[in-house]
Design a protein around this ligand. Structure first.
Ligand code: NAD
Ligand code: TDX
Length: 358
């Protein structure tokens, strides 16, 4: 039975990944979720697996070397899937320290612990794999409508967030090059789906629309992001963990580029389509909620991923069409209002006021 150490498993992508693992492998695997539960970590995401004896949660900060080493001492870990990170660009502009501390030093702790647990006199114990979950943002910004990020595109991060992710990627690369550490790195485009914290574009716009609140669009709204349904991302990570040769880097994306304003407009239209005629919230919802606000500092213009390598080598392809994925996502938020209520209590209100002043 394979044992997974998933870091950041209480966050958006990490929790979707754990749910996917149990859906795919049933109880033929064991999953250890190590997460320190920052504002972005929420154990409610995992209520469907929490009573499964093959799922174990540790409240652990990946910066705590001893705590991370203890996990490797107690369990024979076969896969490390490293999601834990500070993940929001706007927060990194206000408070870069937390990003360097968790994303860079936390990653270093984790690769050191895995290396120590897995190394032998002449290499590594067979079948072990570490996967670094990175982002297309490490490639920087495409400044016009042409071209894609390839795995060979030079790293050129602009925000403190992407700089910290690029630093972590380079540390992992250095362990592959120097120590033959059995790692892969994946760089994915923007994810969307259930359990995403409403600081990111799609859940923030869904939540505000349902509350009849203004929809803050940065700058012109013309910036482009390449969107992928989170379950398609989970499938790609699993394929990389199982099939990829150690040391390889893979871009993950679905050729689904959209301008931010298109997304916001589609969210309003889809919500109006899904809400029953008699729902009182409909009265407060219209395109007039769209409010152009000051642009994000250093706002990357366009991200677009070429997934040719993962398609050719591992046979991965995205399965969810954007209109379907967005509809499923909105439906999920409509069906789970208590999830949104819980995560927007307390600190979220302060964050929102400071960030948007409205
Ligand atoms: P998230 O912010 O929703 O979740 C991050 C999780 O990490 C939370 O559960 C949090 O509690 C935990 N965490 C943070 N600091 C920690 C620490 N020091 N120790 C232990 N746990 C800690 O993030 P997400 O959107 O799920 O992203 C997961 C990963 O995927 C990140 O590494 C991110 O860079 C990467 N990524 C995200 C996207 C996206 O669109 N969201 C796209 C590409 C890559
Ligand atoms: O209120 C908003 N208004 C707005 O116009 C917010 C929150 C965002 N935006 C714009 C900024 C971006 O152009 O929407 C776009 C998407 O913004 P985010 O959801 O913050 O995502 P992004 O900055 O593109 O980064 C995301 O994708 C890559 C994730 O947050 C990262 O973790 C991931 O690595």
């Amino acid at each position: 039975m394979k044992t997974y150490l998933v870091t950041g498993g209480a966050g958006f992508i990490g929790s979707n990944f754990i749910l996917y693992l149990f859906e795919k492998y049933g109880n033929n695997i064991r999953v250890i979720n190590a997460d320190c539960l920052t504002y972005a970590g929420n154990l409610e995401n995992l209520k469907d697996v929490e009573s499964n004896p093959n799922y174990i949660f540790f409240k652990v900060d990946i910066r705590d070397r001893q705590a991370v080493n203890n996990i490797f001492q107690e369990y024979d870990i076969d896969r490390v899937i490293h999601f834990a990170a500070e993940s929001h660009v706007d927060r990194s502009i206000k408070n870069p320290e937390a990003f360097v501390s968790t994303n860079v030093l936390g990653t270093l702790n984790l690769i050191n612990a895995a290396k120590m647990a897995w190394e032998t006199q002449d290499g590594y114990r067979p079948g072990k794999k570490y996967v670094q979950i990175s982002t297309d943002e490490v490639y920087g910004s495409l400044e016009d409508e042409h071209g894609y990020f390839h795995e060979t595109t030079p790293l050129d991060p602009h925000s403190p967030y992407s700089a910290s992710k690029a630093s972590a990627d380079l540390l992992v690369k250095s362990y592959v090059d120097t120590f033959g550490f059995p790692a892969n790195t994946t760089r994915c485009s923007n994810n969307y789906g259930p359990y995403q914290f409403p600081e990111k574009l799609i859940p923030l716009m869904i939540n505000n629309t349902l509350s009849g609140k203004r929809l803050p669009v940065y700058g012109t709204g013309k910036n482009v992001r390449d969107w992928l349904y989170v379950k398609d991302h989970a499938k790609a990570i699993d394929l990389v963990a199982e099939k990829a040769a150690a040391g390889e880097v893979y871009n993950i994306g679905g050729h689904n580029e959209k301008r931010n304003i298109e997304i916001v407009t589609l969210i309003i239209d889809t919500i109006l389509d899904l809400l029953p005629e008699q729902d009182a919230r409909r009265k407060g919802i219209s395109h007039d909620l769209i409010t152009y606000v000051e642009d994000r500092k250093g706002h990357d213009y366009r991200y677009a991923i070429s997934p040719d390598k993962i398609k050719a080598e591992l046979g991965w392809e995205p399965e969810t069409m954007f209109a379907d994925g967005l509809r499923m996502t909105i439906k999920w938020y409509l069906d789970n209002p208590e999830w949104m209520e819980h995560v927007t209590r307390g600190d979220y209100q302060n964050y929102y006021k400071q960030m948007y002043g409205m």
